[in-house]
Design a protein around this ligand. Structure first.
Ligand code: PLP
Length: 379
């Protein structure tokens, strides 16, 4: 039996999400823009999921758009912010992003910055050895910035950003703020509207919904430019007939999240993580953890074993049917040292031989028992 420990790359679909998706394909297959009863049923489903997402994310009076995933959400947010900056009376000089952001963020910044002819300077906010943003640097540079992008939690290391500290560093500054919430959903409390966050993208497939569905939160009053123009769906904010099976599945996940019975608590997940870390210590006595566990999501362990390459470790784990990865899924195929760990100033060997173990928040004790037992035999 395969033990899947790569939840930060993607997750299986929760059974209730699968059922909801199938029902939306078979019975409730309507187009929510149709005005007949079949269409109205689809619209009611979609409105219900949006209302649920609003509660779960604490989105207040902000907009919540259904999008195809975080990459689209990020493009939409960046396009919106940069289009507004282009029209601003006082042009900013900088676009800032955390040095450990998922590539979707800096690549979108560079892409739209060039395409819109803004040509602002795109700078990485340095992070410390703990993976957290350098707030003194941010305070010094934010007054000249038009957009600041800081993820809520890192996909490779699980490092949780100090959003309170970042918000304080941005106090009194007009820059827009994008927070990539992909890895935080279901693992950290998100009260979006209580912060001055302007944009927050999410991806369904990182939390037991299928691939191809996501959400973008846009604070009320934040600048907005549609990425997709056409039939005027989503209140003309995102055209294209909605992915109703994806929306239905995401709704089932959000319902489970709100209900609180399917997803484990932070304390339970932290205890699971500690057991997995102990199993790694027993199997590989020299193992080092690449980020302070206390500052990380309780679902992610990033580690290295001196003298053992990531490839060797991953082959060993794979033979034991333990699926892990050497960093983010997008860069796994490239087999290059992790830019995230390099940005944290880790020694070259550690950045080059890092392995990521990530569990999803519905893991149970039997699953963790089996994972620990298999890790031990790999030592
Ligand atoms: C933190 C983070 N942001 C953005 C993305 C992009 O998500 P997607 O590929 O689902 O669009 C990912 C996916 O790995 C991620 O982990």
């Amino acid at each position: 039996m395969e033990i899947y420990l790569d939840a930060n790359a993607t997750t299986p679909v929760l059974p209730q999400a699968r059922e909801a998706a199938l029902a939306a394909m078979a019975q409730d297959f309507g187009n929510p823009s149709s005005t007949h009863s079949t269409g109205l049923k689809a619209r009611a489903l979609m409105d219900g999921v949006r209302a649920l997402a609003r509660r779960v994310l604490g989105a207040g009076t902000g907009e919540l758009l259904f999008v195809s995933g975080a990459t689209e959400g990020i493009q939409t947010a960046v396009l919106s912010a940069l289009s507004a900056l282009r029209e601003a009376a006082h042009q900013p000089e900088l676009l800032l992003y955390g040095a450990t952001e998922h590539k979707a963020v800096p690549e979108a910044l560079k892409h739209w910055n060039a395409l819109l002819g803004l040509n602002l300077q795109v700078l990485a906010i340095p992070v410390g050895r703990d993976g957290r943003h350098d707030l003194a640097w941010l305070r010094a540079h934010a007054p000249r910035a038009g957009l600041v992008c800081t993820m809520a939690a890192n996909n490779e290391t699980g490092v949780i950003s100090d959003l309170d500290g970042i918000e304080a560093a941005l106090a009194g500054i007009s820059a827009l703020w994008l927070v990539d919430g992909v890895q935080a959903l279901g693992k950290l409390p998100l009260r979006l509207a209580q912060r001055r966050i302007d944009y927050a993208p999410f991806s369904g497939h990182k939390l037991y919904a299928p691939k191809g569905i996501g959400l973008l939160y846009v604070r009320e009053g934040a600048p907005f430019t549609p990425l997709l123009a056409g039939g005027g769906q989503e209140g003309a904010l995102r055209s294209g007939t909605e992915n109703m099976s994806g929306i239905a599945a995401l709704g089932a996940v959000l319902a489970a999240l709100e209900d609180g019975r399917v997803f484990r608590s932070h304390a339970t997940l932290a205890a699971y993580r500690d057991r997995l870390a102990d199993a790694l210590r027993q199997a590989f006595p020299g193992v080092v953890f690449n980020a302070p566990l206390a500052d990380c999501l309780p679902t992610t362990l990033n580690f290295a074993v001196p003298g053992v390459s990531a490839k060797l470790l991953l082959d060993l784990f794979d033979a034991a049917e333990l699926r892990m990865s050497g960093g983010s899924a997008c860069s796994a195929a490239k087999a290059q040292p992790s830019y995230v760990l390099q940005a944290m100033g880790l020694p070259a060997w550690q950045a080059a031989s890092a392995v990521r173990l990530s569990i999803g928040p519905v893991a149970d004790a039997a699953f963790i028992d089996e994972a620990c037992a298999r890790i031990r035999i790999c030592g």
